[in-house]
Design a protein around this ligand. Structure first.
Ligand SMILES: Cc1cc2nc3c(=O)[nH]c(=O)nc-3n(C[C@H](O)[C@H](O)[C@H](O)COP(=O)(O)O)c2cc1C
Length: 187
């Protein structure tokens, strides 16, 4: 099963990077599949470590998908990395094996530590809609305008029906990003 997470990594100079990543979930092993051009890929290769954060704030998925936001963090316990301070729980990972065949790597990582910060509140349709919209926001250059517009209209209905203020804010951010990215891209 793929679990949508926020992967935190650090570069050689200690700078933190946050990115939404769908990871193959397991108790002992978690597989990351970052594209080779991502900072996440470069940082995992450089440090041999990553932290997978589970978080219910859809704004973090929206912001980290389209920019490089900074969030409060605390040091990881067993690896060179950081944990999102406002996340629900996390897994600390070290590399077991890496396949860097383009365009997307496959990095098998051992779970060496796990922790819980706060409760994870159950499913919310608007949060899931924001995740889908965040994926489209990272693929404006690959997908047709008609397809993205149709999907965003469908997802906006779900947000309008079931969101709280945070999910509405996240959806508005993504809608604006898609609008402003066009012009230079969009097939
Ligand atoms: C829910 C979600 C899941 C994603 N999963 C992946 C993934 O598995 N691999 C990947 O390379 N990019 C994935 N992306 C896109 C990256 O988050 C995006 O390209 C990001 O800018 C990469 O950031 P980085 O260069 O800071 O690592 C995903 C985006 C979203 C919104």
């Amino acid at each position: 099963m793929i679990v949508e997470s926020i992967v935190t990594t650090i570069d050689a100079d200690g700078r933190v990077n946050c990115a939404p990543m769908g990871v193959e979930w397991g108790d002992e092993v978690i597989v990351l599949k970052p594209f080779l051009e991502t900072a996440t890929y470069r940082n995992v290769v450089a440090t041999e470590a990553a932290v997978v954060n589970l978080i219910d704030d859809a704004r973090v998925f929206a912001q980290a998908a389209i920019s490089n936001p900074e969030y409060p963090t605390k040091p990881a316990v067993k690896v060179r990395g950081v944990v999102l301070a406002d996340g629900c729980s996390w897994r600390e990972l070290t590399i077991r094996s890496i396949d860097s065949t383009p365009p997307r790597s496959r990095i098998e990582m051992a779970v060496v530590h796990r922790g819980v910060t706060r409760e994870f509140i159950g499913f919310n349709r608007a949060r899931h809609a924001v995740l889908e919209a965040a994926i489209y926001a990272t693929r404006v250059h690959l997908l047709s305008r008609e397809f993205i517009d149709g999907e965003m209209a469908r997802l906006q209905v779900i947000v309008d029906k079931t969101a709280g203020p945070e999910e509405r804010e996240a959806m508005a951010l993504l809608t604006e990003h898609i609008r402003s990215t066009r012009g230079s891209h969009s097939p």
